[in-house]
Structures are given as structure tokens and as C-alpha cells.
Design a protein around this ligand. Sequence first.
Ligand code: BJW
Length: 261
Amino acid sequence: MTAITSASAPTTQRFSSPAAGAYLGRIMAAYEHIVILTGAGLSAESGLSTFRDKDGIWSKHNIEDVATPEAFARNPEAVLDFYNARRRVVLGVGPNAGHEALARLEADFPGRVTTITQNVDPLHERAGTRNLIHMHGEILKAACAHCGARQPWETDLSVDLVCGTCNRAGGMRPDVVWFGEMPYQMEEIHAALGTCDLFISIGTSGNVYPAAGFVAGARAAGAHTVELNLEPSEGISMFAEAIHGKATEVVPVYVARLLGG
Ligand code: BJW
């Protein structure tokens, strides 16, 4: 990815109510290709835990025990238990106003909208987003660690399951991207970043690469860069504009601005 020189201080707004959003910010330019990057903060108000907030998933589990290929090789039962519990929670929640606004943007925006999510939940697609990249995989799919076959999977996984493609046992795992593994569709992502003129990062702390570097790629392509997050992220200095507040509040207002509403 192209290196980026330091950015000037972002225009930061503290968002307090939807009404306040009506007069915040500059008039939107006529964009042609919007790239949206989403993270756990977008799904938080649907009832899914984030990772690095005070009560987040990584405050209760060690990454090295549950989210690496080495952990799966060492103790597959513990890793599968961790994801079985999270899968059950995901099956019981639905999209929120933030997901719905982004689906509306894709449907109504006259140009192209590409959504890249780090989230493994299905809430974007359930809200209606179609041009979607699940770069960290999908918890409602299983993958075989032996042959790589992937399939929809909504029930618990266990070590005695046999892969229907290669007939080997012990390799069935959630189709998610662990630390040290290559995220999905990186070529498509870099192509999208290279052609976008607006990049919006929503609900992500900016701690995990390569996603944390996408803002630099978008800036290199000349895009306007915006952060919508509860609080300033690790990468805040890279954004030209930032609005801080809950995703269910700031995202619908920002989308309305883009759609001229
Ligand atoms: C709200 C809100 C509300 C709350 N409204 N906002 C050193 C330098 C650079 C890179 C590395 C390095 N050392 C290692 C690396 C690479 C590594 C990495 O980045 N490590 C870092 C820890 C430094 N990355 C990888 O390994 C990646 N692969 C890779 O790089 O491949 C290349 C390669 C491979 C092999 C050989 C050579 C090269 C893979 C990363 C995989 C990440 N996987 C996880 C788990 C997925 C499955 C699962 O769900 O269990 O993905 S980790 C976890 O973090 C999950 C998330 O997608 C990801 C990002 O988290 P996110 O979404 O940002 O959540 P939070 O909790 O961090 O932030 C939430 C934000 O929302 C907060 O800011 C809140 O304030 C906000 N919020 N409520 C709005 N209501």
C-alpha cells in the first residue's frame, strides 16, 4: 500500500442528536464511488459485543487462545466452544438503523457503493446491502481446515464432524479470519480503494491490519476520508472529517446528507 504523509487535523464533530446533524459539516460533493469500512461498533447496538471496548470480547478471552490457527491446532474444542456461543448470539439479533441506512445508501446513491466489513455477522446483508465484502469471513459459514471447502453453517461445530468434501474429520472450523491468516478478497479491496472518492470508516478502533491501513490507501487515491465512531480511533489523524457518536444516530444522518435528504 502506498505510504501516506501525515494528515492535517480532522474536522471533528461531537454528535449529540439527529437534529444536530442537519447543520453539521460541509455540503457533500458529487461523489462517484463510496467505499465503506465497518467494524464491531456498527453491530454493538444490535447486541453484539465489540472486541476492544471495556467489556469487549478480548477482555474475557485471550486472542492467542481462541483467534489463531495455532489455538485451533492446540485446543480445537475450546476454539469451537468460543465460536459456537457467539454463533448462537448472532442468530438471535437483527440489523439496526446504522445497517439499514447503509443499505439505503447502496440502493439510492446514483454512483457505486462498496461495503467492506470486518464483522463476521450477517447484519449488512440482512439489512439489504448487496455489494459487500466480508474480509474477516462469516460466522454463519464453516470451512474445512484440511481442504478449504466452505459452506453455510448455523449449528454448533465439533471436532468429530467430517467434511462433506474431503471426508476428513477434525478440520471443521468457523469460516472466520484469525490473526496470521490472510483476509478475504484483498485484490478487490485494493481495487475499490484505488478508485473511491469517498471513504467512510464506521465503528472500528483501527487496531487491526490490513483494515487499519485502508484509510491511507483511500487518501492516496485522493478520496475524502470520514470516521463515524463512538470515539476517536487509533487512526483518527488520517481522516479529513470525523463525527463521533452512536452508529444508530450518526450513520443515518450522514447517509441522509449524502442522499441530499
Ligand atoms: C461504536 C459503538 C457504537 C462501540 N457506535 N461506534 C504489526 C503491525 C502491523 C500488522 C501486524 C503487526 N503484528 C501483526 C500484524 C497483523 C495482524 C494485526 O493487525 N495485528 C494487530 C493486533 C497489530 N493482522 C492479521 O494477522 C490479519 N492478517 C494479515 O495481516 O494477513 C497478512 C499476512 C498473513 C500471513 C502472513 C503474512 C501476512 C488478520 C486479522 C484478523 C482479525 N480477526 C478478528 C477476529 C475475526 C473472527 C471473530 O470475530 O472472532 O477480527 S480480531 C477482531 O478485530 C475481529 C475484528 O474484525 C477486528 C477489528 O476489530 P474492530 O471491528 O475494530 O472492533 P474493536 O472492538 O476493536 O473496535 C470497535 C470500535 O467501535 C471502537 O472504536 C468503539 O469505540 C466503537 N464503538 N460502540 C459506534 N454504538
